[in-house]
Each structure stands twice: as C-alpha cells, then as structure tokens.
Design a protein around this ligand. Structure first.
Ligand code: ADP
Ligand code: ASP
Ligand code: MG
Length: 407
C-alpha cells in the first residue's frame, strides 16, 4: 500500500491511513506500506536547498529532501501501534534499497526484500519511507526523482513478490484526463501499461513514469485508488494491466497535457548536411532532451528554419548553448517561447484507426487554436499550442473523442 502526500498531510490524515491498513490486515493480508512526505514538504525542502546553496551539491540535496519521508514513516508506525498493530519504520538504507549515484533522479539497482519478509513472519507491518534509496560505494542517501514514492512502492512490491500494489492518492483512480482541469473526466476501470506509460510521460502525474515501467517489466498488479474513501467501505479504483485484459477498447483512452515545455526557433539556418547534428549534438551532450522537431522547407534553397522543444527547466541553458555556437551552426536569428503547452491524446486503438489526429487538428482550428508543432507515434499524438488555450484544448479533445462523463 502506498500513500501519497495529501494522504499523509497531517497526523489526522495519517490516522485515516492507519485505518486503511488495518482493514487489509483484518482481511488477513501481510502489508508493507510506502509513504510520501506530507503534502508540500518536499517543495519546502527543495526551496530551502535553493536558498542555502551557492555551492549546490546534488548529494546534499538528496540528504535534505529525503527527510520528509522519514517523518511520515515514523509517524505512521506510531499511529499503527496506537491502534494495536505491530509496526516499524524503515528508511531506504535500512532495507537496503540500492540505487546508482544519479542524485536527484537515481535508478534502483537492487532491493533486498528479506528484511521486510522477516517483518511479515513476526506479524509486523513494515512502514517504508518512499522516494529514497542508498548508493553503497559512496555511502550516501539518494532520491528517485519527484513523485518517486510510486516507484519505491512498485519496486518493493516486485522485490517481495507482492500480490498487489495499491497506490492510494487524492483521486479515486486514473481518469480520462486530469479531473482538476476537466470536471467531466471519467474514471477508467482499467488502463493498459503502455497507455499509462504514455499518459504519465506526457504529463499525467498521477503515477511517476518509472513506476509504470517497473510494474510493466515485473508484472506487478497495480491499482490506483483513493485514501479519501471511507476506510471501512472503499470504492473501486483503476487497475493498470495488460492490453489483452481490456475488453472495451476505445480509440482514444485519455488526454494528457504538460506545461513543462519551451519552444526554440532558429531562423535562416544554412540548409546543408550536418546542420541538424551541429544543433542537436551539443544539446545532447549537455543532457538536454529535445522532443518535437520541425524543419521548414523554405522558398530559397540555401536556408531553412528549425523549431524544436526542450523541457521548460532547460530553456535558458539550451538558449545559452546555441547562442554560443551561432557562428559554427550558422543561423541568423534565435527566438523562443515559454508560454506553450503540449497536449496529447493517447490510445492503443490508434494502431488500427486512421484519421484520429486529423480530427483533432480540425477541432482545434474551429476554436481558433493555432498548432505550433506536432509529433505522432504508434499510440499517441502531441500538439504544441499557446498555454492560454490549455483548458479549452483539453476539453475540446475530451469531448471530440467521446470521453466526457454522461451526466
Ligand atoms: P500523490 O501525492 O498521492 O502522489 P499526485 O499529486 O502525485 O498524488 O497525483 C495525483 C494527482 O494527479 C491528482 O490530484 C490529479 O490532479 C492529477 N492527475 C493528472 N492527470 C490525471 C489523470 N489522468 N487521472 C487522475 N489524476 C490525474
Ligand atoms: N515527496 C516526494 C515528492 O514530492 C516523492 C513523492 O511524493 O512521491 O516528489
Ligand atoms: Mg505522486
């Protein structure tokens, strides 16, 4: 059972979590629990790091931001004991949950599940601090990237051979789009791993992308549900499962959006072999992910315009790298936009249906929304538009593909 930040936001909420745990224990299950930090805590810790750190150090950053989960794991263990259950807290290094040393977004290498299994033998509930791991040879605490407690939970479930991994959050499942933006969004009973992976990658932050990858590889039965349901009478959530298990397949399953995008345009770039390499090589070396790329065919045959997107957080760095190579690459002008958003439609049904994206282009045009860039792949397509139109565009596509809840 994994509980996110809003589910453990204060001691009262933690008492509520304990009731969910008790229900499962009473039903005869052996439980390991993974908790996030209290809502807002990690943001506060990150802000403190920035405030303190003229000598920014990723290892110290991890030591600091991992502390939020220490508090909630201890508190939940206390509260469980209070209602008569046996429990103890576990930090990442105590398990140990071993990772590489990519501080801030470390990858899990190995988990020793034996300590938790011993817990079960003693009839004790293991309460694990999510988000954090341990790099053995440097003897340092690591963290798994924002939203990483989901991945802690799924990886632990795989390591101990759990029957199920339940992700408790503040919504009662995975919806056709973010229910906070589209009130008509519908809860999905089942979503395939592949679609969930795309939805998470394209902005639906209900699950961390890596948690879905790990579940897919290790065949962990993943269930998203709400901790705000009555612990005595929980409702249904969303099962993430293999495509074959889903009987009623829609063409489009969900709409995702990401505000974490920035657009860069290079004008009058010399149109000759090697120019794309000259632009994107240095960005790759700087570990900047380039997503959408458009090269315009220009009237004169000697120059072209190239537009592409990078994560908003890398915008300044990318602009700096390109400015510094203006002569070498050979472009006349560089411009950028940060008030853009990427809207995506996802569905395995796109494999067997044509014209799915074309309908979206038409629908957005009718609302006067200009599309700046487009990318497509087998089970999704994405469009870059002005941020001001985010909600209108998401709602338009949501209705267009028949996803609105019937009222
Ligand atoms: P937690 O703290 O429990 O990990 P998160 O805030 O990380 O919770 O994720 C839950 C949130 O994800 C929801 O409150 C919702 O606004 C957002 N969300 C975005 N897209 C979706 C979606 N397709 N389905 C459900 N929730 C979504
Ligand atoms: N507390 C961490 C975060 O806010 C990890 C998590 O909640 O999953 O990113
Ligand atoms: Mg989360």
């Amino acid at each position: 059972m994994k509980f996110g930040g809003t589910s453990v936001a204060n001691v009262d909420r933690i008492r509520n979590v304990a009731e969910h745990v008790k229900r499962e224990v009473d039903a005869g299950n052996e439980i390991a629990v993974v908790v996030s930090a209290m809502a807002g805590k990690t943001n506060e810790l990150v802000a403190w790091c920035k405030e303190a750190g003229s000598h920014f150090d990723n290892a110290e950053y991890d030591a600091i931001v991992a502390s939020g989960e220490l508090v909630t794991s201890g508190l939940l263990a206390l509260v469980l004991k209070d209602i008569g259950l046996q429990a103890r807290s576990w930090q990442g290094w105590q398990i140990p949950l071993l990772t590489d040393d990519a501080h801030g977004s470390a990858r899990i290498l190995k988990i020793d599940g034996s300590g938790l299994l011993d817990c079960f033998r003693r009839g004790e509930i293991a309460v694990v601090a999510g988000f954090q791991g341990f790099h053995a040879s440097t003897n340092r605490v690591t963290t798994l990237g924002r939203g990483g407690s989901d991945t802690s939970a799924v990886a632990l479930a795989a390591a101990i051979g759990a029957d199920r991994c339940d992700i408790y959050t503040d919504v009662d499942g995975v919806y056709t789009t973010d229910p906070r933006v589209v009130p008509k969004a519908r809860r999905l009973d089942k979503v395939s791993f592949e679609e969930m992976l795309e939805m998470a990658s394209l902005g639906a932050k209900v699950l961390q992308v890596r948690s879905v990858e790990v579940a897919m590889v290790h065949k962990v039965k993943l269930y998203v549900r709400s901790s705000f349901d009555d612990p005595a009478d929980p409702k249904r959530g969303t099962l993430i499962c293999d495509e074959e298990e889903i009987v009623e397949q829609q063409i489009v399953t969900g709409i995702a959006f990401s505000r974490d995008e920035a657009q860069i345009t290079l004008r009058e770039v010399a149109d000759k072999p090697g120019v794309a390499a000259a632009i994107f090589g240095p960005l790759a070396e700087a570990s900047i992910n380039v997503d959408m790329i458009i090269q315009v065919v220009s009237d004169d045959t000697t120059t072209t315009d190239i537009t592409f997107t990078v994560p908003a957080s890398e915008y300044e760095r990318a602009m700096g790298i390109l400015e510094a190579r203006r002569e070498k690459i050979g472009f006349a002008k560089i411009s950028g936009a940060q008030d853009v958003v990427k809207i995506s439609a996802i569905g395995v049904g796109m494999r067997s249906h044509s014209g799915v994206a074309a309908r979206a282009f038409k629908a957005l045009a009718e609302k006067g929304i200009n599309i700046r860039a487009i990318t497509t792949s087998e089970i999704k397509f994405s469009m870059l538009i002005d941020e001001a139109y985010t909600e209108l565009a998401v709602r338009t596509l949501h209705s267009l593909y028949g996803l609105d809840a019937k009222v």
